[in-house]
Write a protein that binds this ligand. Structure first.
Ligand code: ZN
Length: 135
């Protein structure tokens, strides 16, 4: 079987307030903030922190309909998704769909770092929201 998911790229953490979360993760826990982006069309503000090979993506929802806002309303702040790198996202999505995995995104779209991303439905992945990001 060709390789599908590769390195763990980042862990997405849903927060209520990005500035508060940055204070905790940067000033108290000592991680380095490397980039920040606001994506109004996706309903998120994101900050990336460096930890070595794997990043931390802090996410604050914008508006009631944001998936991040809904996650925080339902579960409280916490780990919302994990993201793996893939070599060819279109091929991997097709193969996973053929294997019966439910896709949230049928087609990849640009993510917070400008690379192509797609999400797999947690119902197909033991309750974990998985993001794929093309290398
Ligand atoms: Zn992510």
């Amino acid at each position: 079987m060709p390789q599908r998911l590769e390195e763990l790229h980042h862990i997405g953490i849903a927060v209520k307030d990005l500035e508060d979360a940055k204070r905790v993760y940067c000033e108290i826990l000592g991680l380095e903030l490397t980039s920040e982006i606001t994506l109004p069309e996706r309903g998120v503000k994101a900050a990336f922190l460096e930890t070595g090979n794997t990043k931390i993506e802090l996410l604050e929802g914008i508006g009631e309909e944001s998936p991040v806002t809904r996650f925080v309303d339902r579960h409280g702040p916490g780990i919302q998704h994990i993201c793996f790198e893939v070599e060819d996202i279109v091929r991997v999505l097709r193969e996973l769909a053929d294997s019966g995995v439910r896709l949230i995104d049928q087609e990849p779209r640009p993510g917070a770092e400008g690379k192509l991303v797609a999400f797999l439905h947690p119902k197909s992945t033991t309750g974990v929201l998985i993001e794929l990001q093309e290398k």
